[in-house]
Ligand binder design. Structure first.
Ligand SMILES: [Zn+2]
Length: 296
């Protein structure tokens, strides 16, 4: 898959890129609809969970950890349904009994039915069911959650600076370092920091400022109708560089570029401005011409 195609896939078909802020919003919506409610029906369309039935369980809470969603339930024993949206996943709510037509039925991976609301998980990237006291087997590897209100900035900075030779973009995408940011927040925060994604972590003049910036950008977007990095909510005006390769930088007018960050097969698209961001960049990264359906 080419870098541009992966970039489009990263943007997703929806208006929202499923990074930590979107996952937190999803958790809030699901929690408001399901918490305290009895599951009257359940359909898990996932090979390893085909025989699992959560009917009769009561949803206790839905919360996010980084980009992971945890739906905690009580029944015969406390269980947690873990899901991850990856690039294209989403959860939708509709009134129980009404026909849901928002997404193709073949993409449905999970259905949780309460008397009032039905939650439908589409194109989920992961789905697991574990005892609640074993959640750590699924999320214990994560670094500090950038959207955790009790985030210790000092601990987060220490995690980021643990390997000063590592490329900044790779470190920010590594959920074991800091949990919640993906290609969108990595690209946009590094544009505002003025370093390319291939710069070593040790080049950061103020890692505290970068972590605080990430927290602020992501937190602001948990309450906005759309994700915006620029503060402008109009379509096409929301991002500085992400999904804007070939288009003029909003500051210096040079074409925004995109190139891979990370080692194959884990590489991801990294957007940057060669004028505004100093530091190394792959020699072959070129501005791309032509329309980009998900330019943001
Ligand atoms: Zn620029």
């Amino acid at each position: 898959m080419g870098v541009e195609r992966r970039a489009r896939a990263t943007s997703g078909r929806l208006d929202l890129v499923p990074e930590g802020d979107v996952v937190l919003r999803t958790a809030r919506r699901l929690h408001a609809a399901l918490a305290g409610r009895l599951l009257e029906g359940c359909d898990l369309r996932w090979p390893s969970l085909a025989t699992s039935d959560l009917t009769g369980y009561t949803v206790l809470e839905v919360r996010s950890v980084g980009k992971h969603l945890l739906t905690r339930m009580d029944g015969e024993l406390p269980l947690t349904l873990h899901s991850h949206l990856r690039m294209d996943g989403s959860w939708h709510l509709h009134r129980t009994g009404s026909t849901f037509t928002g997404r193709p039925a073949e993409g449905v991976r999970a259905v949780l039915v309460t008397a009032a609301w039905t939650a439908v998980g589409h194109q989920l990237g992961m789905l697991d069911l574990v005892r609640t006291d074993q959640e750590d087997s699924l999320v214990g590897h994560l670094g500090p959650d950038l959207l955790d209100p009790s985030l210790d900035l000092e601990v987060a900075v220490d995690r980021l600076m643990a390997d000063p030779d590592r490329q900044l973009g790779e470190a920010l995408l590594d959920q074991r370092v800091l949990a919640g940011a993906g290609t969108l927040y990595m690209a946009e925060s590094l544009f505002l920091t003025g370093l390319t994604p291939w710069s070593p972590v040790g080049d950061l003049a103020s890692p505290e400022r970068l972590v605080a910036l990430l927290v602020r950008m992501m937190t602001q977007n948990t309450v906005r109708p759309v994700q915006s990095m620029t503060g402008d909510l109009r379509p096409g005006q929301q991002n500085y560089v992400h999904s804007r390769s070939g288009r003029p930088c909003r500051r210096c007018r040079r074409p925004v570029r995109v190139a891979d960050i990370g080692q194959a097969p884990q590489q991801r698209p990294a957007f940057y401005c060669p004028g505004c961001q100093r530091g190394p960049a792959p020699a072959l990264s070129r501005p791309r011409a032509g329309p980009q359906p998900h330019a943001r």
